[in-house]
Write a protein that binds this ligand. Structure first.
Ligand SMILES: Nc1ncnc2c1ncn2[C@@H]1O[C@H](COP(=O)(O)OP(=O)(O)OP(=O)(O)O)[C@@H](O)[C@H]1O
Ligand SMILES: [Mg+2]
Length: 329
């Protein structure tokens, strides 16, 4: 299987001519076709900015200062014109969000909104469109699709709206589905149903998924590969097994230790000491340096190189690189 999406050295800053430290710094990752790729990190780590930049959906005051995003045979998405990108959006790359109302318009019926997507991207007869829409609503587990089509978004439950948004995203059978915290706003049982649904649909439609979440449980459940982000930088990338069983970066290790201590009565609840730096506190090196148990001089001033542990496992950490040591918790 080939690489479907390659983000290369992406940096995002505030303002048009930003000279300070960027919000997102030198992010690189590669999504293999047919796989589910997770980006995990605490709130504010730059997950959404990274994913929004793929379809040029960043807020006006943010600027991509560096990097490329290569997609399938389309070349660098960042150099495409607006109308070229519009043809890709919804057809080859779709997005679903934490809050379905970001994608659904409260003013229009579900029928209108789903048909609009097909009208824009495909030349189909009314009958063909209707069949496709009904099939897709069935596929996302909506039992009376004819009735739901007549509804406005506010007449549906949160779980139903999320299913509609997934149906809308998958209508044109996109090569890539970007899901930004798709289950965070839902209660636990619905969350599990939606994740299960995405898994099923991925197999059925052979989509590649970029799944963004702060929840390591969701990553473990759904992903093949994972990138761990901290304060706008990727600190570690690996297969799910590598990240969970052999984490190398002290931040990944701390994160796992914190999660594992929840619900473990024999153990005190663990939290990584210190706080995530704010943008004006960013140094030029590793942004985890101020909280890191392995910190050395270089960490504050220079971004660590990429150390390759295995073909699929890489880490950016001076301690791992220089000492060959791994911090065990
Ligand atoms: N429009 C904006 N202007 C200025 N700063 C922004 C803007 N949007 C996001 N940021 C900042 O960029 C950083 C990364 O934001 P981002 O939304 O990508 O985080 P995230 O990892 O998706 O977090 P969450 O888990 O809370 O969704 C945060 O510090 C945020 O405050
Ligand atoms: Mg986010």
């Amino acid at each position: 299987m080939g690489i479907l999406l390659a983000i290369e050295n992406l940096s995002i800053a505030v303002g048009k001519k930003s000279t300070g430290e960027p919000l997102v710094k030198n992010v690189s990752l590669q999504l293999e076709e047919g796989k589910t790729y997770g980006i995990v990190g605490e709130s504010g780590s730059g997950k959404s900015l990274t994913s929004l930049s793929i379809l040029n959906l960043l807020a006006d005051k943010l600027t991509i200062t560096e990097g490329q995003i290569q997609f399938a045979d389309k070349g660098n998405l960042l150099s495409l014109k607006k109308n070229q990108l519009q043809k890709i959006r919804g057809k080859e790359i779709s997005m679903i969000f934490q809050e379905p109302m970001t994608a659904l318009d409260p003013m229009y019926t579900i029928h209108y909104q789903l048909f609009e997507v097909l009208k824009f991207h495909k030349k189909l007869s009314k009958q063909q469109m209707y069949e496709q829409v009904i099939n897709m609503l069935n596929a996302v587990g909506i039992s009376r699709p004819e009735k739901v089509l007549k509804n406005y978004p506010h007449e549906l439950s949160g779980g139903m709206r999320q299913r509609i948004m997934i149906a809308m995203a998958l209508l044109c059978n996109p090569k890539l589905l970007i899901a930004d915290e798709p289950t965070t706003a839902l209660d636990v049982t619905i969350q599990a149903q939606i994740l299960e649904l995405m898994k099923k649909l991925k197999q059925q439609y052979q989509s590649t998924i970029l799944l963004i979440t702060h929840d390591l449980g969701v990553i473990a459940e759904s992903c093949d590969d994972v990138a761990v982000m901290y304060a706008g930088q990727i600190v570690e990338i690996g297969s799910v097994e590598e990240i969970f069983d052999q984490p190398k970066h002290p931040y990944t290790q701390g994160l796992l230790k914190a999660v594992n201590s929840i619900g473990n009565e024999a153990q005190e609840l663990y939290a990584i000491p210190g706080n995530v730096p704010t943008q004006d506190e960013f140094n030029e090196g590793c942004r985890f340096a101020s909280r890191c148990p392995l910190v050395i001089e270089s960490c504050h001033n220079n971004v660590p190189h990429l150390t390759r542990i295995t073909q699929s496992h890489t880490v950016r950490c001076w301690a791992v690189e220089q000492e060959g040591v791994s911090y065990e918790t």
